[in-house]
Design a protein around this ligand. Structure first.
Ligand SMILES: Nc1nc2c(ncn2[C@@H]2O[C@H](COP(=O)(O)OP(=O)(O)OP(=O)(O)O)[C@@H](O)[C@H]2O)c(=O)[nH]1
Ligand SMILES: [Mg+2]
Length: 414
């Protein structure tokens, strides 16, 4: 079964009933046979192929089924060697999909493995994306021993000979994909994965006064509600002051109640001790952040001392964003919670200026709800490699409000 889906980055981020399927990005220079490779895997002419270079102009997502793997999404891209204003924009568009793919195929031809390929591989490494290199058009030119050792030794990956024209070792290639696609690719991308199931009753609450602009819900509230509906959960939204009477009337009892951090402590006191509670911020930190690390590192804020340097990673360039409010709140929270004189440094992750990371005793990421988990993990990697504790605004917020343990408990193995 093969079908083309209209590509949209949002669609990739959104859970669907196909959200547990691997997403494979196909990269390489113009005309190296990326679209032909998709057709070879799908055994159907779904992607446009032409003799002239530059046929694929934007990422296109296709669904197909591969032997012994099952359903996968294949994402065709434009050439990584494109140039000029429009060409560079197309390259950037291709790079965007790194945020959402589980595995990559880098296609080369004519033993050409130079700057564009090396740059791309270093991006794969930044995003921790496993990959394989395919030497296409091997009916015209086979891979040389120099290229093979350049690729296989330097990157500890496989270089596979292939020809989209002849397709003789297609089964072998699919077998290689089957072995190299990480198991995480088959995990659900749902926000509340492993926590909810069909027909579970989940209660969402808002503060008495809805504080998002123009009476809107916050992005986290909207995304979590959509996730619950996608998973066929019974979803009830109530204002915080209506929570006790609502819960009294509800039968069966809800599986989980999600509260804003600001009202958690008030509600916690009136709700039964065995009721599973968490906050929107913690749900999103688990979905979009390095949650396991945050759980270990967040309590380390108690050990901060006078003169310690705290790095605040800013992830938005939008001046109207809540992120700046978050930063001020965070500074106040940390100073009040620790009672120490702390030095704060704010760094915009998109500017990447030279900065000596070793000077920091703690780092926090703010406003990362617009990023993907892969992006956040890649941003935090240089810090975690230096064993600098990292956390997010929401986790620190919960910790300094004294609600951390209870709010993370629904996500911890019983
Ligand atoms: N001889 C030979 N030709 C191939 C092979 N694979 C693809 N081609 C041809 O190479 C040309 C480009 O193929 P495409 O699949 O459009 O290449 P692409 O990488 O998608 O190209 P762009 O979208 O322009 O970046 C077409 O004429 C294909 O028929 C192969 O294995 N051997
Ligand atoms: Mg193409």
């Amino acid at each position: 079964m093969t079908e083309q889906l209209t590509f949209s980055f949002d669609a990739l981020k959104q859970p669907s009933n196909k959200d547990c399927l691997p997403c494979i990005g196909i990269f390489g220079r113009k005309n190296c046979g990326k679209s032909s490779f998709i057709n070879a895997l799908a055994k159907s002419e779904i992607a446009e192929v032409a003799k002239s270079a530059g046929t694929t102009k934007e990422p296109s997502k296709y669904y197909t089924e591969l032997e012994n793997i099952g359903g996968v999404f294949l994402i065709d891209t434009s050439g990584i060697d494109d140039y000029g204003d429009a060409g560079e924009k197309r390259v950037l568009n291709s790079m965007e999909i790194l945020n959402n793919i589980d595995f990559a195929v880098l296609m080369i031809t004519g033993n050409l493995f130079a700057e564009p390929e090396k740059k791309l591989v270093s991006k794969f490494q930044d995003f921790s994306i496993p990959f394989v290199v395919v030497n296409n058009k091997s009916d015209l030119q086979e891979v040389s021993s120099i290229t093979r050792s350049q690729v296989e030794l330097a990157y500890q990956t496989k270089l596979v000979e292939f020809s989209c024209l002849i397709r003789s070792n297609l089964a072998e290639l699919v077998y290689i994909l089957q072995n190299l696609i990480p198991t995480s690719a088959y995990e659900s991308k749902s926000i509340l994965k492993n926590l909810i199931k069909k027909n579970d009753l989940i209660v969402l609450t808002s503060p008495e006064r809805i504080n998002a602009p123009d009476g809107q819900l916050t992005i986290s509230q909207v995304e979590i509600t959509r996730d619950l509906l996608e998973n066929d959960c019974l979803t009830l939204f109530v204002k915080q002051d209506k929570l006790p009477e609502t819960l009294e009337q509800l039968q069966p009892k809800p599986k989980l109640v999600i509260l804003p951090t600001s009202t958690f402590s008030i509600s916690e006191k009136v709700l039964p001790a065995d009721m599973q509670l968490t906050t929107y911020g913690i749900v999103m930190a688990r979905h979009k952040g390095d949650f396991e690390r945050y759980i270990i590192d967040t309590p380390k804020i108690s050990k901060l001392e006078d003169g310690n340097h705290i790095l605040i990673l800013q992830t938005s360039v939008d001046n109207t964003s809540n992120e700046f409010k978050e930063q001020d709140l965070l500074k106040d929270l940390l100073i009040k919670f620790t009672g120490k004189k702390l030095e704060f440094h704010v760094l915009n992750v998109f500017e990447k200026p030279f900065i000596n990371l070793r000077q920091f005793q703690f780092a926090l990421i703010c406003g990362s709800f617009l990023l993907t988990k892969k992006q956040v993990t890649s941003i935090l990697k240089p810090l975690t490699e230096l064993n600098i504790p990292v956390s997010s605004f929401d986790m620190v917020n919960a910790y300094s409000h004294g609600i951390f343990e209870r709010a993370i408990s629904p996500f911890q193995a019983k």
